[in-house]
Design a protein around this ligand. Structure first.
Ligand code: BGC
Length: 800
C-alpha cells in the first residue's frame, strides 16, 4: 500500500507488479547521478530493475531494424553500486528466502530511502533488516548504503556480500529490447587493499571512463569490527564477503560507501584515482548523512512550498515532484553540460534524451535557482553550431534545434518506433517538431525577464534567439493567395498528427502553435537587437553575417503570419477541421484506456491522421505560454481579432478531442481552464499530480518519471493559480486561486529579490527579503507598486 504524507512517500508490503514503478519513484539522486530505488539484493529479472545514470553520460550503438541501420544514443546504465546480499552461514541467500514483510519510506526532506523488512530462511532463522541509503547532495560523488541486521531468533554467523556489479546493460524499456544494449566494457575490477575495491569501465563508443570505488565496514554499537573478509567474484560482480558473528536481538551494521567518478568530471586527474582518493577521506555513514541532510535542508529553503488547509497528499506529491526535479537538476548539474532528460535520471525511456520538456521545467528553476536555468540554456548554446549545421543541411538559415538532443546536439529522434500493440515498427517523423527551437528562444527570453541578466543576453542569449528567428524566418514562405506567411511540413506538439491522411509522414501546414510562436520570436529577436549595446550588436551582426533586410523580414513576419481558424476556433493546423470526426463513444466502449489512440488505430490498420483528435494540448499551448492579454495583443499585431469567445470556443473544442496521451496534457489543461472552469482545472491539476505516483499511463513511470509533468504541476500552482507573470520588467500577479487548495506559501527570486508569496482565497501577499537591490515593480489588478527590500504588499481578493 502506498501513502503520501507531507514529507514522505511510503509503501507497506511488496507487490512485484508495482516494483518497477516503486523503483522509479524511490530513485535517489543529486543532479550528478541517480540510482533507482531497487532492492540491494536484486538483479534485473523482470520484476526488479537496478539502474544508475550519470547526467550527460551517453553512448551510441547501431542496429539493423527492418533492413535499415539505425543508431541510437542512450543515457548509459552504469555499474550498479548497490548490491548487498546476506545469508546465515549454511542458509540460503536472502533473495531466495521468505520475505515476511517490507516497509519502505522515502524521506523527501532528508533525501533518504529507508527499508525495513524481515526475512526467514528455510531453517526458520528470522532476521530484521533496516537499510538506509543516500546519494549525497553535498558530495555528489558519494553514495551510501547502511544495513543493520538484527537476528530475531538465532545466533551464529552471518555472511554478507557487498559488491559492485559490472554487468549493467540498458534493459529498462521493453520496447527497446532486441536492440543493442551493451554500452560498457570492463577495464578493470580489482581489490585495492584490504578495505577497498575498484571497478573501472568505459563506454564502447563515447569512451567515457567511469570508476566506482567501494569500502565496506562493519560496526557494532558504533565501534568498527574487524571481521574476516575475502574477495569474491561471481557473475560479473566484484565484492567482499564478510563473516560476522551475530547474536539474537543484537544489531550489527554493515556500511557500504561508494565513490563514483567519470572522465567527464573536472578537476580530477583520472576517475580511478579520484574515486579512491575521495573514499579515503570520506567519513562514516552517519557523518556523511548529517552533511547530506543539511544540503537538502538548504535546497528546500530555496524551493520552499507549503499548502495549508488542504489534504497532505497534495502537498506531499508537490514536494515529491520538486524532489525528483532537484535530483535531476541540482547545483551539481550546473557545470555538467547536461540538459533536462525527459524522464529524469530515473529510467531509460526516451533514452535519456532532452526534448522540449525543458519548457515545463524551466520556470520552476528560473524563479528559484537562475544559475540552473542558465545552465540549461548553456547546454543549448553549446549545441548551437550543431543546430546551425542541421539548418544548413536542411537548406535553411539560422539554427534548427533537434527534437531529441543528447551529447552533441544532433537529432537523436528515432526514425522507426515499435508499436507494442501491433508488434510493428512504424515510421516516426516526430523530428518534424521544429517548435523545439521556439521553446529554446522562449526560455532565453524568460530567463532574461526574470533575471535581467544582460551579460548572458549579450554573450549567449541574443545569438540563440537570433539564430532561431533566422531559421523560422527562412522556413516561412509568403503565400500570395493568403497574402500571409505560412509554414509547411512541420509537426505541432500533438504527436498524433504526423501529416495529412494522404502524406502521413510529411508534417502538416500552418500548425497554429508553431506559427504564433514564430511571430512572437520574430518580435523578441527585434527586441533583442535593440537591447544589445551598439558595439555588441555590430559585432554579432558581423559574425553572424546578418543582412540589413533580415530584421525587416522578421518585422514583416511578426505582422503577417498566417493563423488558421474555423468557426471562431483556432485550428490546430490548416485543414484540421476537415478531418473526420472520431467515434469517441465507440472507442471508449471498446477500450478501457484510449490515451494512446495512435497505437490502437495503427494496430487496426487505421491512423490518427484521419481524425480530429489530439494526443495532447497543441493550440492550447498558446494559452499556457501567453496570458489572454498577451495573446490578444499578438493576434492584434497579426491583424486578427481574438475575441474572448474565440478563446472559450477553442478551449472547449480541443478539450473534447484530446486523449491526454502525454502527461504534459493535464498540466496545460489545468492551466487553460483555470480562468473560466475552476472545477475542471482542479480536476486536471489533481490528474497531473497523479501522473507518476499513480502511474496514470499504466507502466510508463517504471521507465522514468515524467519530469515535465512533475515540474509543470508545481508551476500550475505558482504561475497559473497564483498567476505570476514576468514581463515588461515587472512582476505581474493575476491570481485565480481555487479556495479549496487552502493557503499556498512559497519563496522565489525575481530580479535578485528573494520574495515570499502567500496566496489564498482572501488574496495575495508579497514580501521582499532584506537587501540592497533596487526596488521591483509589482502589478496586480490595475495597481502598480514599487516594492523595496524588506517591504510587503498585499492585494486582497476583490469582493464579488
Ligand atoms: C510527448 C512529448 C514529450 C515527450 C517526452 C511525449 O509523449 O508527446 O510532447 O516531449 O513525451 O516527455
Amino acid at each position: 500500500m502506498r501513502t503520501v504524507n507531507a514529507w514522505t512517500l511510503s509503501y507497506d508490503g511488496f507487490d512485484p507488479a508495482e516494483e518497477g514503478l516503486r523503483e522509479a519513484l524511490c530513485t535517489l539522486g543529486n543532479g550528478y547521478l541517480a540510482t533507482r530505488g531497487s532492492a540491494p539484493e536484486s538483479r534485473a529479472d523482470g520484476v526488479h530493475y537496478p539502474g544508475t545514470y550519470a547526467a550527460g553520460v551517453y553512448n551510441r550503438l547501431a542496429d539493423t531494424v527492418d533492413g535499415r541501420t539505425v543508431e541510437n544514443e542512450s543515457l548509459v546504465n552504469l555499474p550498479d553500486w548497490l548490491p548487498l546480499t546476506f545469508a546465515a552461514v549454511g542458509g540460503e541467500w536472502c533473495a531466495d528466502a521468505e520475505g515476511l514483510d517490507q516497509w519502505l519510506e522515502l524521506d523527501l526532506r532528508r533525501g533518504v530511502l529507508t527499508r525495513r523488512w524481515r526475512v526467514r530462511d528455510a531453517a526458520g532463522r528470522t532476521t530484521t533488516v533496516t537499510q538506509r541509503r543516500f546519494v549525497h547532495m553535498r558530495h555528489e560523488h558519494l553514495c551510501g548504503l547502511q544495513t543493520t541486521f538484527t537476528p530475531e531468533n538465532w545466533s551464529g554467523r552471518l555472511r554478507v556480500r557487498s559488491s559492485l556489479d559490472i554487468t549493467a546493460r540498458n534493459l529498462g524499456v521493453v520496447r527497446y529490447r532486441g536492440l543493442a544494449d551493451a554500452h560498457l566494457r570492463s577495464l578493470s575490477a580489482e581489490p585495492v587493499d584490504a578495505q577497498r575495491l575498484l571497478v573501472v569501465v568505459a563506454t564502447t563508443q563515447s569512451h567515457i571512463r567511469m570508476a566506482e570505488a567501494l569500502r565496506t565496514s562493519v560496526l557494532r554499537s558504533g565501534a568498527q569490527l574487524d571481521v574476516p573478509r575475502e574477495v569474491v567474484r561471481e557473475a560479473g560482480r566484484l565484492g567482499h564477503e564478510l563473516i560476522v558473528d551475530v547474536t539474537a536481538g543484537e544489531p550489527v551494521t554493515v556500511e557500504k560507501l561508494v565513490a563514483v567518478y567519470t572522465s567527464r568530471d573536472r578537476a580530477i586527474s583520472d576517475p580511478a584515482t579520484a574515486a579512491l582518493d575521495r573514499l579515503a577521506w570520506a567519513g562514516d555513514f552517519d557523518d556523511l548523512l548529517a552533511e547530506h541532510v543539511l544540503a537538502w535542508r538548504q535546497l528546500w529553503r530555496r524551493f520552499r512550498v507549503s499548502l495549508r488547509g488542504t489534504d497532505h497528499g497534495a502537498l506531499g506529491t508537490v514536494r515529491l515532484h520538486l524532489f525528483h526535479l532537484l535530483q535531476t537538476m541540482s547545483p551539481h548539474s550546473a557545470d555538467l553540460d547536461a540538459g533536462v532528460p525527459a524522464r529524469g535520471l530515473h529510467g531509460e525511456a526516451y533514452r535519456g534524451h532532452v526534448l522540449w520538456d525543458e519548457l515545463f521545467v524551466f520556470p520552476i528553476l528560473n524563479l528559484r535557482t537562475p544559475h540552473l536555468s542558465r545552465a540549461l540554456l548553456r547546454y543549448r548554446y553549446r549545441r548551437l553550431p550543431e543546430a546551425r549545421r542541421a539548418a544548413r543541411e536542411a537548406g535553411y538559415a539560422g539554427a534548427m534545434y533537434p527534437w531529441q538532443s543528447g551529447s552533441d546536439g544532433r537529432e537523436e529522434s528515432q526514425r522507426l518506433h515499435l508499436n507494442p500493440m501491433s508488434g510493428r515498427w512504424v515510421a516516426d517523423p516526430t523530428h518534424l517538431q521544429r517548435h523545439v527551437g521556439l521553446a529554446v528562444a522562449y526560455n532565453v527570453w524568460q530567463y532574461y525577464q526574470v533575471t535581467g541578466d544582460r551579460v548572458f543576453l549579450d554573450e549567449y542569449g541574443a545569438e540563440m534567439i537570433i539564430e532561431v528567428a533566422r531559421f523560422f524566418a527562412d522556413l516561412a514562405t509568403f503565400d500570395r493567395v493568403k497574402d500571409r506567411y505560412i509554414i509547411r511540413g512541420v509537426m505541432g506538439p500533438d504527436e498524433f498528427h504526423t501529416g495529412y491522411p494522404d502524406a502521413p509522414d510529411r508534417g502538416v501546414d500552418n500548425n497554429a502553435y508553431t506559427n504564433v510562436l514564430t511571430a512572437w520570436v520574430m518580435r523578441r529577436a527585434l527586441d533583442t537587437l535593440q537591447l544589445l549595446p551598439d558595439g555588441r550588436r555590430i559585432e554579432l551582426a558581423e559574425s553572424l553575417g546578418l543582412r540589413t533586410e533580415e530584421p525587416e523580414r522578421w518585422e514583416e513576419i511578426s505582422r503577417r503570419m498566417y493563423v488558421p481558424m474555423h468557426d471562431s476556433v483556432i485550428s490546430q493546423f490548416e485543414g484540421y477541421e476537415r478531418l473526420a470526426e472520431f467515434d469517441w463513444d465507440g472507442y471508449r466502449s471498446r477500450y478501457s484506456d484510449i490515451r494512446r489512440l495512435d497505437r490502437i488505430l495503427e494496430s487496426e490498420g487505421d491512423s490518427p491522421n484521419r481524425y480530429q483528435l489530439s494526443k495532447q494540448a497543441d493550440v492550447l499551448m498558446l494559452l499556457y505560454l501567453f496570458s489572454a492579454d498577451e495573446l490578444a495583443e499578438l493576434f492584434a499585431r497579426l491583424g486578427y481579432r481574438l475575441e474572448p469567445h474565440t478563446i472559450d470556443r477553442t478551449v472547449e473544442y480541443y478539450v473534447r478531442r484530446t486523449t491526454h496521451g502525454s502527461t504534459l496534457s493535464a498540466v496545460v489543461h489545468a492551466w487553460v481552464l483555470a480562468r473560466n472552469h475552476r472545477e475542471q482545472a482542479l480536476k486536471y491539476f489533481l490528474e497531473a499530480l497523479r501522473s507518476d505516483v499513480a502511474d496514470v499511463q499504466g507502466g510508463t513511470t517504471a521507465e522514468g518519471v515524467h519530469l515535465a509533468a512533475m515540474a509543470g504541476s508545481v508551476d500550475v500552482l505558482q504561475r497559473c493559480f497564483a498567476g505570476i507573470e514576468t514581463r515588461d520588467d515587472a512582476l505581474w500577479l493575476n491570481p485565480y486561486w481555487p479556495p479549496t487548495l487552502g493557503t499556498f506559501d512559497f519563496d522565489m527570486r525575481y530580479r535578485e529579490h528573494p520574495l515570499t508569496l502567500r496566496i489564498s482565497g482572501a488574496g495575495i501577499q508579497v514580501t521582499a527579503g532584506a537587501g540592497q537591490q533596487p526596488p521591483v515593480r509589482v502589478c496586480c489588478r490595475g495597481q502598480s507598486v514599487l516594492l523595496h527590500p524588506g517591504q510587503a504588499v498585499e492585494f486582497p481578493e476583490p469582493a464579488l
